[in-house]
Design a protein around this ligand. Structure first.
Ligand SMILES: C[S@@+](CC[C@H](N)C(=O)[O-])C[C@H]1O[C@@H](n2cnc3c(N)ncnc32)[C@H](O)[C@@H]1O
Length: 206
């Protein structure tokens, strides 16, 4: 179930195609934690292949138990830093990418560790297809502002939100995550941001 990325960082794309089979879409979740959102999406969309990235070994083992107990056949796991996978995947190969409640690194001197950054958005937008969704959530208002700033200043990303409900309400196909549950129980409100990968110049429909 491990994504076929070699130690040198190369992806065995024949193997990935074999896993994908006839599934028309590939979705990626970065930092799946215990995997509740990943599993719910996999069960809701059996025609999609999902790759979950999570270096936290306890999270991976929880996910493996859930997959086995529920006989889920459309999840692959990348049990390492997501950036290795983002670099290895082919350009314009991913239909949707989820980054839900990433570590907020609230102290200013740690901001550079936040997953949302120009270099990481370059990696993400390279693998997203034109029009693909990048979905982000946080309970940390400063990280929400930070993400909006980075996304709105990135040439390949647009934010099609029209009204406050587009960032205050959970999307319809959402499954509450462990981290989100804790944040809500602590009285924090969450922000849900759904971005769109702009069409590549001269190549609409890639
Ligand atoms: C605050 S937790 C949120 C987990 C889950 N998404 C949720 O909402 O319950 C952030 C997760 O991101 C993972 N993570 C941090 N950096 C990562 C990276 N570079 N690649 C993949 N996962 C990462 C951490 O191990 C952790 O499990």
């Amino acid at each position: 179930m491990r994504v076929p990325v070699t130690e040198s960082g190369a992806l065995d794309s024949d193997k990935l195609v074999e896993f994908c089979g006839t599934r028309p879409e590939l979705w990626v979740e970065i930092g799946f934690g215990q995997g509740e959102h990943l599993v719910a999406q996999a069960e809701r969309c059996p025609n999609v292949l999902l790759i979950g990235c999570e270096p936290y070994v306890n999270g991976v083992s929880t996910l493996l138990r859930t997959i086995e107990a529920n006989a889920i056949g459309n999840i692959l796991i990348h049990d390492d830093d997501a950036r290795i996978l983002l670099e290895a995947l082919p350009e314009a190969s991913v239909d949707r990418l989820f980054l839900l409640f990433p570590d907020p690194w609230p102290k200013k001197r740690h901001h550079k560790r936040r997953f949302i950054s120009k270099p990481n958005l370059d990696l993400v937008t390279r693998i997203l297809k034109n029009g693909a969704e990048l979905r982000f959530a946080t309970d940390h208002p400063d990280y929400a502002r930070w993400t909006l700033w980075h996304a709105l200043n990135h040439e390949a990303i647009e934010w099609p939100a029209e009204s406050p409900a587009d960032w205050t309400d959970r999307p319809g196909d959402w499954t509450i995550t462990r981290y989100e549950e804790k944040a809500l129980a602590a009285g924090q409100s969450c922000t849900y941001l759904s971005f769109r990968r702009r069409d590549r110049p001269g190549s609409p429909g890639v």
